[in-house]
Ligand binder design. Sequence first.
Ligand SMILES: NC(=O)C1=CN([C@@H]2O[C@H](COP(=O)(O)OP(=O)(O)OC[C@H]3O[C@@H](n4cnc5c(N)ncnc54)[C@H](O)[C@@H]3O)[C@@H](O)[C@H]2O)C=CC1
Ligand SMILES: N[C@@H](CC=O)C(=O)O
Ligand code: NA
Length: 434
Amino acid sequence: MKPVKVGICGLGTVGGGTFNVLQRNASSIAARAGRPIIIEQVGTRRDNPNCDTGNTRVSRDIFEVAHNPDIDILVETIGGYDIAKELILTAIEQGKHVVTANKALIAEHGNEIFQAAREKNVIVAYEAAVAGGIPIIKCLREGLSANKINWLAGIINGTGNYILTEMGDHNRPFEDVLKEAQALGYAEADPTFDVEGIDACHKLTIMASIAFGIPLQFNKAYTEGISKITPSDIQYAASLGFRIKHLGVARQSQKGIELRVHPTLIPSDRPLANINGVMNSVVVQGDAVGQTMYSGPGAGAEPTASSVIADIIDIARTIEAPDSAVNALGFSADSLSNDLPVLPITETECSFYLRIHADDHPGVMNAVTQVLSSHGINIDAITQKVTREDDGCADIVILTHRIIEITMDKAISELEALADIKSPITRIRVETMA
Ligand SMILES: NC(=O)C1=CN([C@@H]2O[C@H](COP(=O)(O)OP(=O)(O)OC[C@H]3O[C@@H](n4cnc5c(N)ncnc54)[C@H](O)[C@@H]3O)[C@@H](O)[C@H]2O)C=CC1
Ligand SMILES: N[C@@H](CC=O)C(=O)O
Ligand code: NA
């Protein structure tokens, strides 16, 4: 069988891992693909000390790879937007298939990239873009394709989960753990993407499109990161029987689609609450199958390479008949639905954890509960915690029943206006379904 020739652009964490695993497992990969997979060229600004490129052609100009007529599949692992998009569109224009790990680009420009690929009858594959090594794209798009997906929820940022786990289990400061996650190759080039929830939102956008058959709509999703979570919140949550995880939730209802990424209290006996460190996990609820759960490393060189190479093998298998390959989002392009609106966060409903830093004197608790009850917010648990801050204040910690977000917004504004309440109120949503 004619070999398939690959060009890898970007030889950093993911590109380097892909290079090494393709070399190491060349014979079993060839057996699975039905033909040898050869690394024809690497395009990279700088060498990767973990990769022995030996006789492989290395170019400093990645566009040489996109124009190399011998290359069948271009692997984009440079990251970022503008150059990566131009590189991918050039490769498509040149009739090459593309494999990318770039969730930011797919979530924000995927509709355009998939359209360009359709016009040239080439494949754009992106398994590595969501949840690193977990084959979640394949699960949603193929394994679960019989189902109407009702919802999915997942821990989909390895860096964020690593930080929350280390802060909670070892009481380590946020900044230290972030630095470690960067050194381990987990974090994005701009780590605010990890800690402010943008990276998770990219991944949620992609999963929701496949799950519900809707166009990619990153700009309509709600995004909140972990940067405001304190060790006290983690401890208070634990004392109430919860763990705090950064969760992406996509849910389909008759009103529309919820797309939201935020820190979340999960009962500590639930499987998702026990996904720790760089591990990711996604729970999917389908009408036929019920709940299924997929877990594995969400970041890192070789776990991510595992997904990149699975895509390369898939393409190699159908390279002579690319139109027989599965559609990019698993739905034919003309059947994607624009009918269901993405709901604003104000229209979603959740239970809430509130931490209220307030003057520690009689009547405060009463004032707080009165405001909540005047908005019809039912309290599930309320407790006062002594804080170590020497400001005469205490933390009042509350768990509420489910309430529509806009009502909670109003109640919080009213509470924050009370003279006894000292700082912005912390609100964390609570989910019990997964
Ligand atoms: N690190 C991880 O665990 C994961 C990363 N990803 C995605 O994979 C992509 C790559 O991420 P990493 O490998 O972590 O980044 P990285 O920073 O380790 O590697 C990127 C490499 O591309 C090179 N590069 C960038 N622009 C270039 C240009 N114009 N010309 C030549 N070389 C260029 C850089 O020099 C660097 O060696 C990103 O889109 C990221 O979001 C996806 C899943 C997991
Ligand atoms: N920065 C990302 C890398 C994988 O997608 C993460 O930490 O999950
Ligand atoms: Na994946």
